[in-house]
Every structure is written in C-alpha cells, then in structure tokens.
Design a protein around this ligand. Structure first.
Ligand SMILES: Nc1ncnc2c1ncn2[C@@H]1O[C@H](COP(=O)(O)OP(=O)(O)OP(=O)(O)O)[C@@H](O)[C@H]1O
Length: 302
C-alpha cells in the first residue's frame, strides 16, 4: 500500500523550474531511493514531501495527509534527518535527544534508541566531539525519536569513510525492519543498489525511471561477458552459434564470450550438453552505474 503519493509535483524558484512534473509512490515498509545528479531536484522534492516548501503544482499525500495543510499532524508521522551543522556544537547527545523528544506527543524511549544506534555510551558527549559516523547516527536518532511511520534521510553517508558508511547502511536496514518506511536521497550508486527496494531516478527536475535496482539494470539489455577455462577441448564455433552470443575470443586457455540476454545460462547449458567443465567461471554484468549513465547521460559523481 502506498504511504506517500506524489503526483505531477512542480516547484519553481523564480524562473528556474527545479521540479518539473514529478510523480512517484512509496509503499509502506520499503526503502525508497531518490537518485540523481547534483541539482536534479531531489532535495526540493523531499522538502515538498516534508511540508517545508509549497509546491507550485501537483498533489502530495503522506499517510493520507497534505504536507502543507496538515503540517502539525505530519510532524508526528514523518521523521526528518537534520543536516550537518543544525545542532549546536556544545549540546550533549542526551540533551539533544531529550529536547527533540519533548517536541513529540508520544516519543520513543530515547535512551533505548541511542543504545540501538550504538550511541549508548555517548550520552554526555558534546556533539562537536563525535566522529562523522556518530553525528550521522545522532541525526538518525533525532529523525526516529518521534516514532514516525516514515523517515526521510537526505545524503546520509556523504563524507563518511567506507566502514562508517557500511555501518550506517546496516542501521537503515534495521530501521526499515522495525517497520518504518524510509525515503533515502542519495547520489551514491553503491548505496542505492545495496539498500533501496525501489528507486526513482530524477534528472533535471523529471523522473526518468522508477524501478528496483535490478529492474533498472536489466532494462538496459547491456552487453555481458562470461569468462572461463574449459577443462577439455571446446569448439568456439559452438558458442558462436548461440543466439545470445555476439563474440567469442580465445586468450590462451581462456574463453571470453560476450553477448546479451540470458548469456550465462546459454553458455553453461551448451557446456553441459557437450560434457565440458568450466573452470574459473566469471560473469561481468552492467551495474546501476551503467543504468544511471544510460538514463541521465551523466557519469555518477562520487
Ligand atoms: N532556494 C533556492 N533558490 C533558488 N534555486 C534553488 C534553491 N534551491 C535549489 N535551487 C535550484 O534548484 C535546482 C534543484 O536543486 P535541488 O537542491 O533540489 O537538487 P538536488 O538534486 O537535491 O541537488 P544536490 O544533489 O546537489 O543536493 C538546482 O538547479 C538548484 O540550483
């Protein structure tokens, strides 16, 4: 069931059309990604969903609410992550959580929340003394302290080292598994591919695709490569005759087969029919990076 519905959203800044007819739905319980290059309109879109900006056109419903008209009620159902720099440097972690909990009618037990986020021993630590990863976890805690049904996380792992980024991904999965729907704004392909159940790819204010990460990639029908070393003689023309295969190269004892469609299945079935065992079998397929380039004409900027 859809918990967020955005239909034909338009937002202008003076003459500049930042969001130009964006539509998508977010299902309850999923991690929904909004992916796009810099300036694509991602933040503007989620700020409209959060009720922070007034759309110039279109409609938005979040859990049945109109984000502008029902802002007070929306705050109890939608948790928004703070951007870096929005908390005073000297506030202690426990004070920040206590303060934000006081804004809500029925807040979570913030001590338990901090424990769950691995910050249980940082209650008295000043915000400025936290690492980048810990600051991100505090911002997630603040987004969750009101026990929202939906959490919006914008550029969550920008500036984090690879380990902190992976830890944060695990946290986001835990948040989803606890029943909170997550909207994740990102421009990291690996993050989108790993975390998101579905994605909207936005470019120049428009949605260019909405699908699962696998769906976006398989829609490309891109070239794939299968490499292997046959352990008994193999006639390369048998491979060339397969409709999925476009080229076969022999490099020493190795075969490099390129093609489209269900190439791996076609090649392995042929090998099995001919009683040839393939050693060191490797498959290279396009990833979300290629899908993104195909959809937006841009290289993902990391
Ligand atoms: N307050 C504003 N006033 C004027 N123009 C703005 C404002 N905020 C955003 N824009 C412009 O609107 C367009 C969309 O910006 P937005 O921040 O929504 O994109 P984004 O996809 O979130 O980009 P990024 O990944 O760089 O954060 C950009 O061209 C941006 O320059």
């Amino acid at each position: 069931m859809a918990i967020i519905e955005v239909v034909d959203l338009v937002k202008r800044y003076d003459e500049k059309v930042a969001v130009d007819g964006v539509s998508f739905t977010v299902d309850e319980g999923e991690i929904f990604g909004i992916l796009g290059p810099n300036g694509a309109g991602k933040t503007t879109t989620v700020e409209c969903v959060e009720g922070l900006r007034s759309p110039d056109g279109g409609t938005i419903r979040v859990d049945g609410l109109d984000p502008r008209r029902d802002r007070a009620e929306l705050r109890t159902r939608l948790g928004v992550q703070l951007q870096q720099g929005e908390l005073p440097d000297r506030i202690r972690v426990g004070e920040a959580l206590d303060l934000y909990a006081s804004f809500h009618r029925d807040p979570a037990d913030w001590r338990e929340l901090l424990d769950r986020l691995g910050l249980g021993d940082r209650l008295r630590t000043e915000y400025r003394h936290l690492s980048g990863g810990q600051k991100q976890r505090v911002s997630i805690a603040l987004a969750l302290v009101g026990r929202p049904r939906v959490a919006v996380l914008d550029e969550l792992t920008t500036g984090l080292d690879p380990q902190a980024r992976r830890d944060t991904w695990e946290l986001v999965e835990q948040v989803r598994d606890s029943g909170v729907t997550v909207v994740l704004v990102t421009h990291f392909m690996e993050e989108a591919e790993r975390l998101c159940d579905r994605l909207a790819v936005i470019d120049a204010g428009r949605v260019v695709a909405v699908d699962t990460p696998d769906g976006l990639v398989s829609g490309l029908d891109a070239q794939q490569t299968v490499r292997f070393r046959p352990t008994s003689p193999l006639d390369p023309d048998l491979l060339r005759d397969l409709p999925e295969v476009s080229a076969v190269e022999q490099r020493g004892s190795r075969f490099v087969v390129t093609g489209k469609g269900d190439l791996l299945h076609a090649v392995t079935s042929l090998l099995a029919r001919n009683h040839v065992v393939a050693a060191d079998l490797r498959v290279e397929q396009a990833g979300l990076d290629e899908a993104f380039i195909h959809l937006t004409g841009r290289t993902p900027s990391e």
